[in-house]
Design a protein around this ligand. Sequence first.
Ligand code: B4P
Length: 197
Amino acid sequence: MLYFVFLGRQGSGKGTQSALIAQKYGCVHVSTGDMLRSAVAARSELGLQAEALMLSGKLVSDDITIGIVAERLQEEDVINSPGVLLDGFPRNLKQAKALETILSVHDKRITAALDLEVPVETVTERLLQRGRSDDTERIIDQRLAEYETQTLPLIDWYRQEGLLFTINGSGTVEEVFDRIVQMIESTLSKSLSWAEV
Ligand code: B4P
């Protein structure tokens, strides 16, 4: 089983690309953002706690996010899948260490962390165009500030672990998708095959 982590600023295309990659390789797409938005829409207790933080551009608490990911990774479709694409998780070092612990219980580890590099001006334009409820200029600025302080240190963490692959995330969705596929097939398939897992 392969575990890929998608890193990158908000609006860098993590959600967009991990959905496309999941479809191409028949693996499971696990998005903490989508799971949290579903909880908000369902007005569950967890959703109500998450909503205020999401609308202020802050990260939702580690206890909540680590809990929902740990649960999701134990579900049958995930266990039986050839690979898992983690989109939006981990977002800080505490979450990265928790993920390592969750996987190590099953004798697994992260296969690779893909960092989609896109300049701040481009992601801001993309998010403003999308216009989700947390895509206002004020909330975007706060989310990008959270990225710098909380998520950016993960790039070094995964680099030190020898797991980091940086991908140019500028250009069209198709261009970025082709770069990711090329990276997966030329680099990772040297030692690993999706079909073998
Ligand atoms: P997420 O849902 O993860 O949202 P995001 O990082 O802002 O970006 P997203 O993945 O949706 O966008 P994408 O880049 O694909 O998180 C939302 C909130 O949930 C967070 O702020 C936080 O509060 C909370 N949260 C989630 N995970 C958490 C965690 N682990 N810990 C704590 N809190 C957590 O795309 C953006 C737009 O760009 C789209 O409209 C897309 O169509 C467009 N786009 C993509 N690629 C493009 C391209 N190549 N060209 C043009 N447009 C493109």
